[in-house]
Design a protein around this ligand. Sequence first.
Ligand code: FEO
Ligand code: CA
Ligand code: CA
Ligand code: CA
Length: 665
Amino acid sequence: MRDLLDHDYEPECNRSGNTPFAEVFQARIARRGFLQGSLGAAVGGLFASTGVAHALQAGAGPELNFTPVPVDESDSFIVPEGYEAKVIYRWGDPITGAMPQFSPDNTGAEQGEQAGMHHDGMHFFPIEGEDPWQGSSTDGLLVVNHEYVEPRFLHAGAVAGQAMTAWSVPDHAGPRDPDHVLKELNAHGVSIARIREGADGEWRIVPDPHNRRITALTEMEIAGPVRGSDLVKTKFSPDGTRTRGTFANCAHGVTPWNTYMAAEENWSGAFVNNDDEMPREHARFGVRRGMSRPSWHLAADGADAYVRFDASTRADSAEGDYRNEPNTYGWMVEIDPFDPDSTPVKRTTLGRCAHEGVVFAPVADGEKVVCYTGDDARNEYIYKFVSAGTYRSGETRGEILDEGVLYAAKFNEDGTGEWLALVYGENGLDESNGFPSQADVLVNTRPAADLVGATPMDRPEWGTVDPQTRAVYFTLTNNSQRSADETDAANPRGPNPFGHIIRWHEDGAQDALTFAWDIFVIAGPHEDSADMHGEALNDDNIFSSPDGLWMDANRRLWIQTDISESVMYRGNHTVFGNNAMLAANPETGEIKRFLTGPVGQELTGVVTTPDHRTIFVNVQHPGATTSPEDFAAGNYASHWPDGGQSVPRSATVMIRRTDRGVIGA
Ligand code: FEO
Ligand code: CA
Ligand code: CA
Ligand code: CA
């Protein structure tokens, strides 16, 4: 049952067998006399051979002028000396409507007017609404993804005293209490809340017409080549142009035209399909037979908005049931935080997968819009989108994303790479291989990338683009399924329990079709890690499972860790303690631990105000390590942030220097 319900379970669906250079890399290691397990030597070899580091030299890089915090296991949020941290936005804080106060007994409807659960990707939009990175540093719209729910804490009032795991669902076999289902759907999605720093220096949520909840029930448009195709026709939208809701929103993206993109990551487990034969657009993405993770389709009232999570065939045609409902998920969703009446749009050109997030390269007038997105599942791919049209500041809107080319990354063993187009009629993506249209290619992004020979990666999570060199960095969080003989140059450790960070530089303009790449750091404990010089990490910077990643305008690279609660504090992860956030200098490779979070959580979501004097980060799933017995006894592993005997709550934390200087400087 664990596989079915555990959030950290990533269904491994890649059976393509793409291992394009495992053998070559092994041969290369042998040729150069590298010893198996000699990580530093292998990495050093890569750097020497690629010249990427040379291409990225743009100065000394940013100083990391703070005393690193040590590894910690206490139930607290610890920042360096000279810094202060305050919780400003918790799960359940009221933001809109009747502004219902938080209680573990809140109803489903009340949850729809409060911050959702399990904060993830986030951006601070200065209130002027003109530019995502310029404007007020004291007043703006905080837009936050709420990735998933932990039912035992969400329904803490109703399930008190029961022995529940982090992934137990009340009445999982059905029928489910419809208000529980409503509360779970409303705790997902995205929240938009105006926040402002008062004259007293305190940040507060401000009641404001912009404040809004977007949930797993909010109506959405489908745009791009998949709009109107047979693959997305449902009883709700017989013409295949609309769907309801977004959920499993992990990381995000910020467009150059000042809108927000929410990624749909681990959505597939919410659907069930009990047909004899499951189509590849379900099977290859992890839709389950038998039972789904949350059993939303088993709500006792049989409401259409809940029944749709059962994708089994029940009617004569797709317009009469929800066999295509899973095909309306797995996209990047564009939201305009400045227009509270706007309908969110699923931009299908960016492909369908377990999107972690999307990162846009800086763009100038007359250039094509370029963005990158990773598919966070074991042995899945990294993608790049290049728009057909060119960018015009002040004119370009999200529609520019509806036409263009999606590419999948191939990392060659010699430090070069290429972008392989996922275009109907090219690279074998045609009827002869089962791809009858561009809509089919996009709905089946994973099988399409398999066919063209993309490189299976160690779970691509966040990416970021260096604002100065335009190099692209991606975290590869870990991969328990890569065996020693399946390693390759870009994923050199098998199995890979601790993850690494890869980076590349396009050969020429950002829309180039080839690139040069290297590995920035191989994460891990002292004895199994390597920085960009091949040196082992030390007490000040050992880390595991990099996930959140963002380079600020001063070029500090912020790295957030997500050691799964299933391995946290155990075995080879004991040395890392609580999940942490580190800062890195992209030029020198220096890395320092900046903060540690409370028990059982991960750090995810990071952004500064435009003046870089305030930084916001999210704490997700504190207390997730609570055992069923301790949950029943009310002994939660974390009571962060409210203390006492309270239920733990995911929350946004504001951090600044006590002298109000630039963060990290
Ligand atoms: Fe939701 Fe891949 O972290
Ligand atoms: Ca993540
Ligand atoms: Ca996680
Ligand atoms: Ca993760």
